[in-house]
Design a protein. Structure first.
Length: 76
C-alpha cells in the first residue's frame, strides 16, 4: 500500500458522523462494526480507527458479529 495521511479527513468528516452513528446504535442496541485506515507510513505502518458494538448481553451471541470483531479489533 502506498503512503498516505488522511487523519484530518477522518477527524473533520468521518468522526462527527461516527459519533452520531454510535449514539444511535447504543440507543437502539444495534450491533455494528466499522474500521478506517487513515494513515500508512514507512516508519510507523498502517494506522486504524475502529468501533465495535455487539450488544450480545441484550441480543445474544452472533457468530457473524464475532468474526467481524476478530477481524477489526486488535488483539486484546
Amino acid at each position: 500500500m502506498k503512503n498516505f495521511d488522511l487523519e484530518n479527513v477522518y477527524d473533520e468528516k468521518i468522526a462527527p458522523l461516527m459519533i452520531q452513528i454510535i449514539a444511535i446504535c447504543l440507543e437502539h442496541k444495534m450491533p455494528m462494526g466499522a474500521m478506517f485506515c487513515y494513515r500508512n507510513e514507512e516508519d510507523e505502518g498502517e494506522k486504524y480507527c475502529f468501533t465495535f458494538i455487539s450488544h450480545e448481553k441484550y441480543l445474544g451471541k452472533s457468530e457473524h458479529m464475532e468474526k467481524l470483531r476478530q477481524a477489526i479489533v486488535p488483539m486484546a
